[in-house]
Ligand binder design. Structure first.
Ligand code: HEM
Length: 617
């Protein structure tokens, strides 16, 4: 493992959990400077100055930092433009020599062994290559310099740092080849190695037969009836967040939304996957802290130059590793306990299992798996649950964070969105039928996922020799498919950097990798496409709709500039600090249509006494 990751300081997935870091509990020295959130667990900041007065010393330091960053960026651009990263294409000498020896009668097998050390591309063109020092791209979110390199070197190039190299893919047809057409020739490579300690052989890192069996067991659990039931859960969880925001609006406190979204989606995924209420919007300790300890460890391991945790005695003497082990134990015990409770429920149930089976009391994925008679070891089941917990948590939180950031700059889009939400939902909880009607809200999420794909790169390793476009590659190549580059490529998008939900027609199909020919892959593609795509789309639409219905959001005065940092998903460096105000809706003139709307509400099980009714005004 060490060999694979030791040269990857800025080129690995880092699972970033800084916004939820309890400030009192963790040592600061394990986090890279400039990548830390400042909020800790105090997510609603409440300072005597309302958090609005920027500290003047701080702002001077930030100005200097900004100038230095611009300088670094300009230097990197100049070096790329000047061909500083370009490696001269090697000549065809090895292939000429091989041909010559072959003509002299040297057997093919011997030539293959002799020339296996040289680029096996023979007479094929050679993949463009960029080389340089890690330092040149280390200072910022790594997918940013990759974008500039893509503009210079094209849809596939090799990036070499010392003895380590990666293929960077930004070409839709090559992405399609790797993810879909020849997916069998690729594994999860580095990703599986980093995540092993937390996800084991769960669905994201697993490859081969284990993956095939587990995918076949898990996909059916996310059937339409289950997703429809989850919409209620999304509504209730978002309502808890609304109550928090309501209090902040009353008190005139600014809120750090990235942290709140992380908690919202943790609460949702816990209930959805194994019927466990983390209640992280009100509770920081115990299991919630353990989850974040483990996530942060995955992040730290991904950037560590030496895998010291592999030294056997280390985990017994390092306080940090002891803490990680304790957190993992707590999570595993909790999961084992939940599995046992669920098994008992299933045993007591009069079970009639069918395709859309769902237990009304416990509609979780775990319950479905056990009821289906899934023949699986407890360890594998735990790995799968843990995988879904992580996969479905950080991603959705990041989508909401960047959506609200984008909206803060586009009041026009917000007004259109609020108009739609008012007319479709009124004051009721969303239902599955509303998902088709909230078309503009869906387009806002589609466009947010284009600009901020979560994760920004997909990682693969070739396990066979293959052809990528016109280039042959050998087995063992580490590959980054840059979804960021695909989604912002000037070859495919007009005004690629602009947030324009209207680019997706309301009456058109929901954009996905197939109808966008792999230029747009918010949920990946091919056999390893996200299993939670529909779940996540509805979850983010429900949260977005319910939040903009009740509140207006603006960047807080004096809030730190929103900058990106690399994680498994894209995080902000210092949180998303916003001012929330209750929305004053225009008065509704009673018409026939309005009464139809309130009939709708009662049909959806919402009465006038329901906490949601009348709260938007
Ligand atoms: C907006 C939220 C989400 C986004 C953007 C997202 C994105 C993705 C992407 C891009 C992949 C493909 C990774 C690859 O090919 O390497 C993936 C895989 C996966 N996602 Fe999601 N995801 C989201 C939410 C969820 C949720 C809610 C769940 C669970 C309920 C989930 C479970 C998974 C699993 C298990 C895989 C691995 C599938 C496999 O390898 O067979 N995701 N996700």
């Amino acid at each position: 493992m060490a060999a694979n990751i030791s040269l990857l300081p800025s080129f690995q997935t880092k699972i970033h959990t800084n916004r939820l870091r309890p400030t009192t509990s963790f040592s600061s020295d394990s986090y890279p400077v400039g990548q830390r959130g400042t909020s800790g667990l105090s997510v609603i900041t409440c300072s005597s100055s309302n958090g609005r007065e920027p500290d003047s010393m701080n702002s001077e330091v930030k100005k200097v930092e900004k100038i230095l960053e611009q300088k670094r960026r300009a230097e990197l651009s100049a070096r790329i433009a000047a061909g500083d990263f370009t490696v001269k294409q090697s000549g065809r000498f090895p292939s000429q020599l091989s041909n010559g020896l072959s003509k002299l009668g040297v057997p093919k097998e011997i030539l293959e062994v002799l020339f296996s050390w040289v680029d096996g591309s023979g007479d094929y063109p050679k993949i463009p290559e960029a080389t340089g020092s890690v330092k040149a791209v280390q200072s910022e979110a790594f997918f940013i310099p990759l974008y500039e390199l893509f503009l210079t070197y094209g849809g596939i190039f090799r990036l070499t740092f010392g003895p380590k190299s990666f293929l960077i893919v930004s070409d839709p047809s090559i992405a399609k080849h790797i993810l879909r057409d020849n997916s069998k020739a690729y594994s999860k490579g580095i990703l599986a190695e980093i995540l092993e300690f937390v996800m084991g052989k769960g669905l994201i890192p697993a490859d081969g037969e284990i993956w095939r069996v587990r995918r076949r067991a898990i996909v059916p659990a996310l059937h339409l009836k289950y997703v429809a039931a989850m919409i209620n859960l999304f509504g209730q969880a978002t309502d808890r967040l609304c109550q928090k925001l309501d209090a902040a609006a009353s008190d005139g406190e600014d809120v750090e939304m990235e942290s709140l979204f992380s908690r919202l989606t943790l609460d949702i995924i816990g209930k959805a996957v194994f019927n466990y209420d983390f209640d992280s919007l009100t509770n920081d300790a115990g299991i919630v802290e353990a989850v974040y300890t483990v996530l942060r460890e995955a992040e730290d391991r991904s950037i560590a130059p030496i895998p010291i945790w592999e030294i056997p005695i280390w985990k017994d003497i390092s306080p940090k590793q002891k803490k990680v082990s304790a957190a993992l134990k707590l999570i595993n015990d909790t999961l084992d306990n939940l599995i046992a409770i669920c098994k008992r429920m299933v045993d007591e149930e009069e079970l009639q299992f069918h395709e859309e089976y769902m237990n009304e009391k416990d509609p979780s994925i775990l319950h479905f798996l056990l009821a289906s008679g899934d023949d699986v070891s407890s360890k594998q089941l735990r790995d799968d649950l843990m995988t879904m917990l992580i996969a479905g948590h950080e991603t959705s939180a990041a989508v909401l964070t960047w959506t609200f950031y984008l909206l803060s700059k586009e009041p026009r889009v917000v007004s259109k969105l609020q108009e739609e939400v008012d007319s479709v939902l009124g004051d009721r909880y969303p239902t599955i039928d509303d998902m088709k009607k909230l078309k503009y809200a869906t387009r806002v999420i589609n466009e947010s996922l284009r600009l901020y794909p979560q994760p920004p790169v997909l990682i693969r390793r070739s396990i066979e020799n293959d052809m990528l476009g016109q280039y042959p590659i050998k087995r063992g190549e580490d590959i980054f498919i840059s979804v960021w580059n695909l989604h912002r490529s000037p070859n495919h998008w007009e005004n690629a950097d602009k947030f324009i939900p209207e680019r997706w027609p309301l009456d058109g199909p929901n954009p996905n990798e197939t109808n966008q020919s792999f230029s747009y892959l918010p949920f990946g593609g091919g056999p390893r496409k996200c299993v939670g795509d529909m779940f996540a789309s509805y979850e983010t639409v429900v949260a977005l709709a319910m939040l903009v219905r009740r509140f207006n959001f603006q960047m807080a005065v004096g809030a730190p500039e929103v900058k990106m940092t690399t994680g498994a998903t894209i995080h902000t460096t210092e949180g998303l600090k916003m001012t929330v105000t209750r929305r004053v809706k225009p008065p509704i003139v009673p018409t026939l249509e309005t009464s139809a709307l309130s009939m709708d509400s009662s049909a959806a099980g919402v009465t006038e006494n329901d906490p949601l009714v009348g709260q938007t005004g």
